[in-house]
Design a protein around this ligand. Sequence first.
Ligand code: TRP
Length: 329
Amino acid sequence: MSKEAGPFAETAPSAAEAEAGERAAFRLAVLDGLRRSPRAIPAKFLYDARGSALFDAICELPEYYLTSIETAILTDCAPEIARLAGPGCALIEFGSGSSVKTRLLLDAMPDLAAYVPIDISRQHLDVTAARLRGDYPALPVRPVCADYMTLAALPPGVGAARRIGFFPGSTIGNLTPPEATAFLRRARALLGEGGALVLGADLKKDPQRLHDAYNDSSGVTAEFSLNLLRRINRELGATFNLAAFAHEAFYDPGHGRIEIYLRSLAAQSATVAGHAFEFAEGERVHTEYSYKYDDADIDALASSAGFTIVRRWTDPGRLFAVIYLKASS
Ligand code: TRP
């Protein structure tokens, strides 16, 4: 029998193969992004090993309330989520990372038919799957190595159980409104009739509070942002002078989003994989949007993608929301 390949492969590609593939995709995306006007590099590349560790540190910052508030909401509402989902369903997580919040749901749903983490990083996926198999020996863990923005189907092993999607961390906010609708439509198709989705979304609030969450006083966020250039230097043999770029993040109330850039502090040039790029003083490279939602935004998003809102939970300060959506019939 030929070796199975693709997202459902049981045998992972060798570490070297996976790394070569990821590096080639990174190189293409960076060159393409730097040739655009305005320049932009996709935020998913922020999360190399050091970037992931820095992001974990961001999640612990006092200014970055999102993680602690969402965790508190999920801790409270997990039993109700389990009741709404019903027995014997499969939990599908979009962009699972280290699956920390997932454990709150796994603990509340002891009879899951399967847990299906979907993640673009094979390494993250393998580590997470191994840990979860150790901690939940009765739980079938069926990892899928894929970009959840383009994944067309789930592996046959997931079976016919009712599917509950999980998309925490306000990652929905990192999608533009049309991308968010497209993602939810795709999720609805993957989850099928009778499917449901547990969504975490950061809420619109005092702009200063939002600004501080992306401009922390200890500089961890700036370090995380600049780590993208460090990664490009290391992996693509580039020559960015990190001291000549700065992290920039601000809230744009018109679009209801935080905008995140790397700003060139001087006129300078840099070489990336043998290609030279000029940067004007003050020129920005966009890396991320983080859209903030209110109830009406969430209603509009859900109905644009064929979902009905069953339940919403928020904290007393109304900073963050967890929403349970079901596929409209
Ligand atoms: N998903 C996170 C968010 O929107 C990503 C994030 C937090 C981020 N801080 C950042 C991305 C700083 C780039 C730079 O909140």
